[in-house]
Design a protein around this ligand. Structure first.
Ligand SMILES: Cc1ncc(COP(=O)(O)O)c(C=O)c1O
Length: 361
């Protein structure tokens, strides 16, 4: 059985480091916050170059906290990509805002700046750009557009912690940037976890306040916040993985190059294009297949697992249907009919996968 993501091989590779780090936390009696979480936040800030890195309970919480910190009000409109995981649109809607679904570029699959511009209106307050599948959205244009229209920008880098754009690290492009440490993410923990990044001292203060019940001083609550904290055990696991993360990114990139070489020679199958100036974490290695049912049959015959990220554009999800949007988002609609993601992590045996595919394709 080829695993889609080989978390067991990763655990075995760094087992003694994990065991020592986990034991230290268990013996310390400090399970929430404390030195492990503080050390991780320092390391995350160093890794990205962000002035502030603040951990929290999940990537979804990070988005919610970011929207609260930026002052989202009911009925405010926020532009989000139509083709992505539900979290950005869901968090806007949950807080009473209205997500406006932007189309994507047909090749890079990133949010389209043209489409963002077409959606800006009186009630638009901000943009959530997603670094889809591990490469950054086109930030030079997005930031220009946000500035020109007086909008805030959230960079959703749940899939792209560790990516670069023109030498600048992901998680530094938004007024607030966020990531997720969900176990399947390139830098994943052993449960839920997330982080927010910002260069703005005031926003950093607000973020910490919101994530901790609106409180700086114990039992004094300045605002109504929430409970969103990273466990010390998750922080300890992440610190071990962070030590190996650059090597893992290199291996992921080598694996992607092997896939690319193979699929570039297969008519009717095109790997997601990586834009000039971008590196990708390959949170997903995704191809566009003109005849997806036939390709899926081939993968099944070869015993290669796959996932469909994502089977439908967000505007068609039952929870957003009442918004009556997105029918013109042709690229997002087409991507949903063609995308297939293949096994990808630093421990994936891509040579074995390609050998199997060569027998059936
Ligand atoms: C683009 C994107 N944003 C946000 C999230 C939410 O992260 P989490 O699962 O940690 O809540 C995910 C998770 O899959 C994601 O892919």
């Amino acid at each position: 059985m080829i695993p889609f993501i080989n978390v067991r091989a990763q655990r075995e590779a760094y087992l003694s480091e994990f065991k020592q780090a986990e034991q230290e936390v268990l013996d310390s009696g400090c399970f929430i916050g404390g030195p492990q979480v503080q050390a991780l936040e320092t390391e995350l800030a160093e890794f990205t170059g962000a002035k502030h890195a603040i951990t929290c309970g999940s990537g979804t919480d990070a988005l919610t906290i970011a929207l609260l910190a930026l002052g989202l009000e009911p009925e405010d409109e926020v532009i989000v990509p139509d083709f992505t995981f539900i979290a950005p649109a869901e968090c806007v809607m949950r807080l009473g805002g209205i997500p406006k679904f932007a189309d994507i570029d047909a090749e890079t699959l990133q949010i389209s700046v043209e489409s963002i511009e077409s959606l800006i209106g009186e009630k638009t307050r901000g943009i959530i750009a997603v670094n889809l599948f591990g490469q950054c959205a086109p930030y030079a244009e997005i930031r220009k557009c946000a500035r020109a229209n007086n909008l805030w920008l959230i960079e959703d880098s749940a899939q792209a912690f560790g990516a670069m754009q023109n030498g600048v690290p992901a998680c530094t492009f938004g007024d607030i940037s966020i990531t997720s440490f969900y176990p399947a993410k390139p830098l994943g923990c052993y449960g839920d976890g997330g982080a927010l990044f910002t260069a703005n001292d005031e926003l950093a203060k607000k973020i910490r306040l919101i994530a901790n019940h609106g409180s700086q001083q114990r039992y004094i609550h300045e605002i109504c916040g929430m409970n969103s904290r990273l466990d010390a055990l998750q922080a300890a696991v992440l610190r071990v993985k962070l030590r190996h993360f650059k090597d893992e990114l290199k291996k992921r990139s080598e694996n992607a190059s092997k896939y690319n070489e193979f699929f570039n020679a297969v008519p009717g199958i095109a790997p997601q294009k990586i834009a000039v100036g971008n590196t990708s974490t390959y949170a997903q290695y995704t191809v566009l297949a003109d005849d997806r049912p036939a390709f899926l049959k081939q993968l099944e015959n070869a015993g290669v697992p796959y996932c469909i990220h994502y089977p439908q554009p967000l505007h068609t999800q039952p929870c957003f249907k009442g918004l009556n949007q997105g029918i013109g988002n042709g690229n997002a609609i087409e991507a949903c009919q063609k995308v297939v993601s293949l096994p990808m992590c630093a421990f994936t045996d891509v040579d074995e996968i390609i050998a199997r595919l060569k027998k059936v394709m």
